[in-house]
Design a binder for this molecule. Structure first.
Ligand code: AHM
Ligand code: MG
Length: 335
């Protein structure tokens, strides 16, 4: 079959043997995420009809309560993963604590855990701007046959076996890595099939786009302020272009294709920034590195950090290698 017309299902089967752990479980897990993505996509696409179909908190015609989309996305992903009995634990940005899953016939026999941000950037939904789902997959570290513990979730990003995102944009795309490059698949909504549209995605080594919430400028550390001024100076290929959607998945996706840097620094208002290490930064960092890019907390690699809590926040600088290195240089020089 023409490579261009390969479906995600075919791609998963073909690449199963090259997965780091090739028992077939990881393939099943990615298939489950593919399925949940289609369900959530369907719901996200209806968001503009909320005034017609009923707003969150209302009761619909069947007497069911309408849910907020981020709550609904959380439920869909958790249910799909639970029903397929392929993971032993899930942690979600929407849940205070992790969920331990015990399959019906076998006690805690599954090896994988999933961390997920079911609908990132959900404040953008009301204004018809792209949102995304971010996921991260690890092997458990505690023995199979016992319930998962917090230790299984607090692993450094370097231990990830797969990570990816779904961007619900002008097209819906699923982009993921299993540690062997990054591939992007576009959904044909008419038939509900993802096709390989962006094989072997790579960040350009450098770029001309910087993405940061400049409204927080006054609160940023001096090194970050200096780097932003550098982006704006007229010299060589500068000034760069400023592009900030306020939806991490979309900003990352654009920068990976065009070349750029995304920044969510710490500030005098938020000492660790805003983004979550486990659900947002680690999966994006894994994708970035697999696509020839870089992800840093301003000082060093995101994926080397040893997490201490489930909902931990961390400053985040991610994108084209040369741009992230330049930002790190300004931060180091200001210390
Ligand atoms: P969320 O998980 O509450 O949706 O927040 C994460 C989002 C990112 O997608 C986005 O890059 C960032 O928050 C925008 O934050 P801000 O509005 O502070 O710039
Ligand atoms: Mg989020």
């Amino acid at each position: 079959m023409d490579k261009k017309h390969k479906t995600l299902g075919e791609f998963i089967i073909e690449n199963q043997s090259s997965f780091q752990y090739s028992s077939g479980e990881l393939s099943k897990l990615i298939n489950a995420i593919r399925l949940a993505a289609k369900v959530v996509n369907h719901e996200v696409n209806k968001a503009g009809l909320i005034d017609i179909l009923g707003a969150a908190g209302d009761t619909n015609i069947q007497g069911e309560d309408q849910q907020k989309l981020d709550v609904l996305a959380n439920e869909k992903f958790i249910q799909t993963l639970k029903n397929r009995e392929i993971v032993c634990g899930i942690a979600s940005e929407e849940e205070d604590d992790f969920i331990s899953i015990n399959s019906q016939d076998e006690q805690h026999q599954n090896k994988y855990i999933v961390l997920i941000d079911p609908l990132d950037g959900s404040s953008n939904i009301d204004v018809n701007v792209s949102v995304g789902t971010i996921f991260s997959i690890y092997r458990r570290v505690t023995p199979v046959g016992t319930p998962v513990t917090i230790e299984d979730f607090l692993q450094p990003g370097d231990n990830q076996v797969a990570a990816g995102y779904i961007v619900y944009g002008t097209s819906t795309m699923l982009v993921y890595t299993t540690g062997d490059g990054v591939n992007g698949f576009t959904l044909n909504p008419a038939i509900g099939t993802f096709y390989l549209s962006h094989p072997n995605m790579q960040f350009p080594e450098t770029g001309k786009i910087y993405s940061v919430n400049e409204g927080n400028y006054i609160h940023f550390p001096q090194g970050v302020k200096d780097y932003i001024k550098y982006c704006q100076q007229e010299e060589g290929d500068r000034p760069y272009t400023s592009r900030y959607i306020g939806s991490l998945v979309s900003d990352f996706h654009r920068n990976m294709i065009k070349g750029g840097i995304y920044m969510y620094p710490k500030s005098s208002k938020a000492s660790e920034g805003k983004l979550r290490l486990l659900y947002e930064c680690n999966p994006m960092a894994f994708l970035a590195e697999q696509a020839n890019g870089k992800a840093s907390d301003g000082k060093g690699r995101i994926m080397e950090l040893k997490p201490t809590e489930l909902h931990q926040r961390v400053p985040f600088f991610c994108g084209s290698t040369k741009m992230v290195e330049k930002a790190e240089e300004f931060i180091a020089n200001a210390l």
